[in-house]
Write a protein that binds this ligand. Structure first.
Ligand code: 6PG
Length: 223
């Protein structure tokens, strides 16, 4: 909330990059619920973008856009022009990545692509957004959006690259479940002086980085 107020005050808008996965879905439902409880969001100032997307139709069950639409967008008065899903209708994902990059460049103008908030999940092998271990997109310093082949279903995906994700003003990692405990510990144990061997560890923006772990992922739940 504070990040949103600051962004609206300083820049007249709040740009957030949403994530897919099960964990953020709960947050979207809570955000929509807050609206019903009278905690209002200045929706005309909020711009929703995506950190990654599965290359499927927007009405597909696997679509990250669909998940956010059902949990949040359809329940709040956000102007349609403020919702910026990753395009998935083109035959070539590479072209779709270029289209989304142009949309981001038009939005940020001459400023760096620094999201006010970026929500990120964590995969059991350390993936973040759709940046999986050994993906060439991890080395991307110029392109903002990449079309990638992920070792997950569905394999074709679009993802923001570290060129964008390392600019974020507020980065929120949302991690839940005992299956994440090992990777959380591995990331914690890495020296920060060296580049991380995990994609999630390669996202080290100068802004605020917060990790939200449930007890199972943090390793504090009884086993
Ligand atoms: C996706 C994601 C991905 C996700 C992690 C964690 O589209 O799959 O954006 O990076 O955030 O896999 O997902 P869970 O929260 O479901 O564990």
């Amino acid at each position: 909330m504070r990040a949103m107020q600051e962004a609206v005050k300083e820049r007249g808008r709040f740009a957030i990059a949403l994530s897919g996965g099960r964990t953020p879905a709960k947050l979207y439902v809570l955000w929509a619920h807050a609206e019903e409880q009278g905690v209002t969001t200045p929706w005309n100032r909020v711009h929703l973008f995506w950190g990654d997307e599965r290359y499927v139709r927007h009405d597909d069950l696997l679509s990250n856009y669909r998940m956010a639409r059902e949990a949040l967008i359809a329940r709040v008065p956000i102007p349609a022009a403020n919702v910026h899903p990753m395009p998935t209708g083109q035959a070539e994902p590479e072209k779709a990545a270029e289209t989304y990059e142009s949309e981001l460049r038009a939005f940020f103008g001459s400023e760096p692509p620094a999201f006010d908030v970026q929500l990120l999940g964590l995969g059991v092998e350390g993936h973040v957004a759709s940046l999986f271990p050994a993906s060439p997109a991890l080395e991307e310093t110029k392109r903002w959006v990449a079309a990638v082949e992920a070792p997950a279903q569905p394999p074709k995906r679009l993802t923001l690259t570290p060129a964008v994700l390392n600019q974020g003003r507020n980065t929120l990692f949302l991690v839940a479940g005992a299956d994440k405990r090992e990777i959380v510990q591995a990331l914690r144990g890495e020296p920060i002086s060296k580049p991380s061997q995990y994609p999630a560890g390669r996202i080290r923006p100068a802004g605020r980085v917060l990790w939200f772990l449930d007890r199972a992922a943090a390793g504090t739940a009884g086993s």
